[in-house]
Design a protein around this ligand. Structure first.
Ligand SMILES: [Fe+2]
Ligand SMILES: [Fe+2]
Length: 307
């Protein structure tokens, strides 16, 4: 069995111990608070529209709130596939570690709690801002079921890899937002709570990646990255859909209309920043790059990770 340097020093018992120690509740995170809608909630760089001169200060603020909403809306829906994926991983594993099943059960329970955290954030954002936000994922769950089903068709290893990238991304989200001057306290606390538990998930993912990789051929390791790219394309389609929702919300709240050229420039800027903050931050995270390179230099190169 191959042992991977990136998994050295990790074990289920100590990860579980930390998970118990840092656990939180959704009520505890919110503490009855609302978001302060008089100021931006996420870093300006998360929106990426500063250079668009046709937007007024009020439009920029609405767009910032839209992006704060989009983040919790998208992540809450992306996390739907995780408990099913983890169930699949448990079923297909040899159970050579007794602590693997309870660890993955805990992991899945935490993701369900995160979905509740993000749903609460969606509704508190709407109350705090005094308006509704348009959503890409419908309440009947048609779109999230489609996305989840499509992701679950991919090999386990590629699913753990995309998950690892997204989870390392949540560290950057918290760190960037807390550094922003005048950061919105409740939004930072939501990101912080999420990252505190995601920190354990990155370790559990890493152990599962090492286990699956040890059973894979060189070709399978390389191919896993093609599947990562294809899952990335599925996720990119949700970025495009949620960007349309952001523009719809801005137009409804501000009463603005845009020329065709302005609409194109706005759509491009919002899509670029969405892709950078949700996908780019994870795929370029040094901890993800380290795992990717050790698995397959060729595969890592396909997702843009050099030697
Ligand atoms: Fe999560
Ligand atoms: Fe997670």
């Amino acid at each position: 069995m191959t042992s991977y340097g990136f998994a050295s020093g990790l074990d289920h018992a100590s990860i579980m111990e930390t998970a118990d120690r840092v656990a939180w509740t959704v009520d505890g995170v919110f503490g009855g608070r609302r978001f302060d809608a008089s100021k931006p909630m996420v870093p300006t760089s998360w929106v990426g529209t500063e250079a668009l001169a046709f937007l007024e200060a009020g439009d920029q603020l609405v767009l910032n709130h839209c992006r704060a909403f989009s983040y919790v809306h998208l992540l809450g829906n992306y996390e739907e596939f995780i408990p099913l994926h983890l169930g699949d991983a448990m079923e297909k594993s040899g159970h050579d570690d007794d602590l693997q099943p309870p660890s993955l059960v805990r992991f899945g329970q935490q993701e369900r709690k995160h979905q509740a955290l993000f749903r609460r954030a969606e509704s508190v954002l709407e109350e705090s801002c005094g308006h509704r936000f348009a959503r890409y994922f419908d309440r009947d769950k048609t779109r999230v079921v489609e996305l989840t089903t499509a992701i679950l068709r991919r090999p386990l290893l590629s699913r753990f890899l995309i998950l690892l990238a997204l989870e390392w991304g949540t560290q950057r989200h918290y760190v960037e937002s807390v550094k922003e001057p005048g950061a919105e306290a409740l939004y930072v606390d939501v990101l912080k709570a999420h990252w505190i538990e995601e920190a354990q998930h990155t370790k559990w993912d890493t152990l599962e990646i090492a286990r699956l990789a040890a059973e894979s051929s060189i070709g399978e390791l390389e191919d896993a990255f093609d599947h990562v790219l294809e899952i990335g394309q599925l996720i990119d389609a949700t970025f495009a859909g949620q960007v349309e929702s952001e523009i719809e919300t801005l137009q409804r709240v501000s009463g603005r209309t845009f020329s065709d050229d302005e609409a194109v420039a706005l759509r491009d800027a919002l899509h670029r920043s969405m892709s950078a903050i949700v996908a780019g931050v994870g795929l370029t995270h040094p901890s993800f790059a380290k795992v990717a390179r050790e698995l397959s230099q060729q595969g890592a190169a396909r997702v843009g990770i050099g030697r």
